[in-house]
Structure formats: C-alpha cells, structure tokens
Write a protein that binds this ligand. Structure first.
Ligand code: PDD
Length: 283
C-alpha cells in the first residue's frame, strides 16, 4: 500500500513529498510539530495536542496555518488515505519559505506537512509488559524546550547514545536534576508511593500524555507532586515510568544498568497505563 503525505494543501505519494530548500523549517528549525496517536480510528488527547500546537506557534509568532477544525479534517484524511486504523500522525508547521535571513520575514505563508505511521497497540502493550531500559545523558538543549520545535538535534544525540548501549531512551539531567527524556516525560514513584515529575516550565515539554496521566493519577487517588528530582532519587525509586503519545505510559526497569524496584514493571505504573488507555478512549 503506498503511503500518502499531506504537503501544503495536497495529498501526495510519500516518496515524492517535497518542501522548498529555503523553507525556514529546514534552514533554522523555525517550525513546530505534534505527534498524535490515533487508536482504532479515535484520536487520543487531540484537543490537548491542538492546544499545544497553537501555543508553540504563538510563542514563535507564527500564524495558525488554518482553522483548528480544518487541521482535524486533514489529520483524519491522512489517516484514512494511508488505510490506517491505528497510527501516529506527524504534523509540522514551519514559518514558511523566504530567502535565508535570520530575521523573521513578515507575512509568510506557513508550510504544513503531515505524515502517518502505523501504530500497533498490542505491540506497545507487549513492550510495556517487559518494561524498558534507559540511560542518563546531559541535557544540552536550549532554554525553551517547552516550545515543541523541530530543533531536536540534542534530543537525537541523547537518544542515539542510549541506542548505542542497547537502551531505549535517554533520561536528561541538567544542573543535577532530571528534566525529562529525549522524546518523553519522566516520572518516579517514591518509596512512599508519591508520583513525582518535573514542573511544567521552560525546561521541559509540557507533555499532553503527562497532563492526562496526571489527571488519571488523581482519579486513582494517588498523590502527585511536580518538583525536580535527582538521579539518585531515580535509583532509589519504587517505580519509574515515561509518558508520551507514542509510548503512552511506559514502565522503566533499569536506569544506567541499575535495577529499579524489583526489576519488573511496577503495579502503580501498570494501573496508570490502563487508566490512561480507558480515559483516552472515552475522551
Ligand atoms: N515526543 N518530552 C519530549 C522532549 C518529547 O519530544 C515528547 C513527545 C514528550 C511527550 O509529549 P506528549 O505526551 O505530548 O507526546 C515529552 C513525541 C512523541 C515525538 O517527538 O515523537
């Protein structure tokens, strides 16, 4: 089945989808993106993703390329045209095309690209049943990681460093504290059963899955605190897990080769993953 991409108003074969060489997304990473999960034809947390897209664009003074209702239609069309029931929809909006100049040209037409990739929830559940291993890496990213820009080189370097030692994700550490991971938010559950995750500020991406997982935790009457935590707290944690659209709620079983808890996915994390799935389906 041939893959279809959406590029600036047209649905085109993925293999020949193109963007201009002077697109500012290409030259300056002057663009933002979203990754949205759709399971069995239902978009999970779509309102949150679109709200964050609007915020990222507004922080960079880029116009919304089309009304939110139209974006939803294009996302759904991309899913359907790729014949996918469950998928990760990638959406990127750049400031547009202009002769290379650091200054933001006014009145550019934003470029919009969307692609779809197959997602298999059963496979994700199997992965979650085993848990993943991660390693720590220095967080060398810029100071506005709350904006979901495509400037992801530091994230990519950290993820590759993890991959090289057989780990699935990199836990980023800045000034002695864990911020988040290369493409997910990081959480610990302390020995007292308190869920801890970094506050939503300029140092982390405010994950949409993080926000919904937070609500799920409260509904499960778990205590949740937003505060920075150290790598030593990670090693001492009862459970560790990550959240993102593509990994949902993912248990972590080792960090830097050290076993977390008894080395198996923790019961609270498993409950939270199930609660998240139920909530996202019903939203
Ligand atoms: N990553 N932190 C970072 C640095 C991320 O790149 C992501 C998302 C998250 C989690 O955000 P959300 O829950 O809204 O997906 C946190 C996406 C999935 C990606 O880049 O593929």
């Amino acid at each position: 089945m041939s893959r279809i991409a959406y590029v600036n108003g047209q649905y085109v074969p993925h293999g020949s989808a193109q963007i201009h060489v002077e697109d500012r997304g290409y030259q300056f990473a002057d663009s933002v993106y979203e990754v949205c999960l759709v399971v069995d034809g239902k978009f999970w947390d779509i309102d949150g993703h679109l709200a964050r897209l609007r915020r990222s664009l507004s922080e960079l003074d880029i116009e919304m390329p089309m009304p939110e209702s139209a974006l939803r239609i294009v996302m759904e069309n991309v899913r359907k045209r790729n014949h996918l029931k469950s998928a990760l929809i990638y959406m990127q909006v750049s400031r547009g095309v202009a002769p290379r100049n650091h200054l933001f040209a006014k009145g550019l037409v934003p470029s919009v690209v969307m692609t779809a990739k197959r997602f298999d929830l059963d496979q994700s559940d199997e992965k979650a049943a085993k848990g993943i291993s991660i390693i720590s890496q220095p967080d060398i990213r810029w100071g506005r990681t709350d904006i979901k820009t495509t400037g992801l080189l530091a994230n990519a370097m950290a993820k590759n460093a993890a991959h090289e030692v057989g780990a699935a994700e990199a836990l980023l550490v800045r000034d002695g504290f864990v911020t988040e991971c290369s493409s997910s938010n990081a959480w610990i559950i302390t020995k007292d059963g308190v869920l801890v995750t970094h506050p939503k500020d300029h140092k982390i991406l405010g994950g949409i899955t993080r926000a919904t997982a937070f609500e799920c935790a409260q509904e499960l009457q778990l205590s949740v605190i937003e505060r920075p935590f150290t790598l030593n707290e990670v090693f001492a944690a009862r459970e560790v897990f990550l959240t993102s659209a593509s990994s949902i709620v993912m248990p972590v079983v080792t960090v830097n080769g050290r076993q977390i808890g008894d080395g198996a996915p923790g019961p609270i994390t498993i409950r939270l993953r199930e609660a998240y799935k139920a909530k996202a389906r019903a939203l």
